[in-house]
Write a protein that binds this ligand. Structure first.
Ligand SMILES: NC(=O)c1ccc[n+]([C@@H]2O[C@H](COP(=O)([O-])OP(=O)(O)OC[C@H]3O[C@@H](n4cnc5c(N)ncnc54)[C@H](O)[C@@H]3O)[C@@H](O)[C@H]2O)c1
Ligand SMILES: [Zn+2]
Ligand SMILES: [Zn+2]
Length: 383
């Protein structure tokens, strides 16, 4: 089969690989019909995630058709059309029982923090991902969800990560009616966090980025007021001026460890790796939110440490919330929103490329060329 293959930082290609096989009675094999590239894949692509092995296949956002099931699988059958959450979860451990599927304790032997994730390095369990024609889906009775009527494959693939993550970002902000929410990042996650903030009662939504096309998109789709951070001197001061002088009620970090905006943070966090990525947005969020406000972090950071102004967070009495999204927990509500016409997540898709052009697709998305917001890869069998 054709599959994306990692060769080293900034180098990916498509190659022929052996098709995956059932390795355990709870496995299913899914023929992929759509997969996406995520901002999280860029951290792998840029060589920032420990133990990203040459030869591995990325892709944690995919939908497809079940072509084979293990003898123990009960809920799925051959022919089912499924969307597969990016979290690989057992459904039974201490954390899964509390719907913390992103923190499953049984699917990632390499870590006690994050659970297993498709195509996300050996730090997240070493599973091959879905930027391929076929993928092995472990614990197939837990994650995969039938694509319901009224939900297109393009909408479904955004339910595997981007939309639920943006939604959870807003949820963790604990938004009260009328609150002012500032979202850092106008990538797919930030766009969906902005949109979800309205669903949760926000009175005002402001999105910060420096990519003009993305700011223009979220201004309309959020909708949101937008701030280009290149035009701002002091972020906290600027946002306080824009609000009531006290700061935003909620700040959301939808950027993570590769944030731009501070040469020092980029040097220490990204180039020299003296901390687990640039902490610029954590500084901006903690310093811009009002006293007693909430900071919600879904942007990804590495497992070691970052230099953050924790004293300001303490003295301001902030609530900090953060996690990998637990996709499965949000699916019933988000599917309802799509079926009712309140949400059409596929509107963020700007590019569709054949799987064979995966190298171009990564370059395009990484460099934010051609107005790229979200890229979908389509394998030959699905065209
Ligand atoms: N927690 C989770 O479950 C989860 C799931 C998916 C993605 N993520 C993470 O969310 C983050 C965003 O993902 P994405 O797919 O939207 O990525 P993306 O790369 O498409 O978007 C990131 C955006 O942040 C902008 N940006 C850079 N520096 C900034 C700054 N200082 N202030 C404001 N904006 C800035 C970039 O210009 C870009 O538009 C990534 O870190 C990704 O790994 C987390
Ligand atoms: Zn993702
Ligand atoms: Zn579990």
């Amino acid at each position: 089969m054709l599959a994306m293959e990692y060769r080293g930082p900034y180098r990916v290609r498509v190659r022929h690989k052996a098709e995956p096989e059932i390795e355990h009675p709870f496995d299913a094999i899914v023929q992929v019909t759509r997969s996406c590239i995520c901002g999280s894949d860029l951290h792998l692509y840029h060589g920032l995630v420990p133990d990203t092995r040459v030869g591995s296949t990325f892709g944690h956002e995919f939908v497809g058709r079940v072509v084979e099931v293990g003898s123990g699988v009960q809920r799925l059958k051959v022919g089912d059309r499924v969307l597969v959450p990016f979290n690989i979860a057992c459904g039974a451990c201490y954390f899964c029982r509390r719907e913390l599927f992103g923190n499953c304790h049984a699917t990632n032997p390499e870590a006690t923090a994050v659970g297993g994730i498709f195509g996300y390095s050996h730090t997240a369990g070493g599973y091959d991902g879905g930027q391929a024609e076929y993928v092995r889906v472990p614990l197939a009775d837990v994650g995969p969800t039938l694509i319901p009527d009224g939900v297109s494959e393009d909408d479904a693939v955004l339910l595997t990560d981007a939309l639920p993550t943006g939604y959870q970002a807003a949820e963790m902000g604990d938004i009260d009616e009328g609150d002012t929410v500032v979202v850092f990042g106008a990538g797919p996650i930030g766009i969906f966090a902005a949109r979800s903030s309205w669903l949760m009662g926000a009175g005002r939504v402001i999105v910060v980025d420096h990519v003009e096309e993305r700011l223009a998109f979220v201004a309309r789709y959020g909708p949101a007021e937008v701030v280009d951070f290149r035009r701002v001197g002091d972020m906290a001061e600027h946002l306080k001026k824009m609000t009531d002088g006290l700061g935003a009620d909620v700040c959301i970090d939808a950027v993570g460890c590769e944030a731009a905006g501070s040469a020092l943070q980029r040097l220490t966090g990204v180039k020299l790796k003296m901390q687990a990525g640039s902490a610029t947005v954590l500084h901006w969020a903690i310093n811009s939110v009002r006293k007693g406000g909430r900071v919600s972090v879904v942007g990804v950071y590495g497992p070691t440490f970052n230099a953050v102004p924790i004293g300001n967070a303490v003295n301001k009495g902030l609530t900090l919330r953060m996690n990998q999204a637990s996709v499965k927990r949000h699916l019933p509500r988000l599917i309802e929103h799509i079926q009712a016409g309140h949400l059409r997540p596929s509107e963020v898709i700007t590019h569709r490329l054949p799987l064979e052009e995966v190298a171009d697709a990564y370059h395009l998305f990484s460099s934010k060329l051609d107005g790229c917001i979200k890229t979908v890869l389509i394998p030959p069998g699905a065209r």
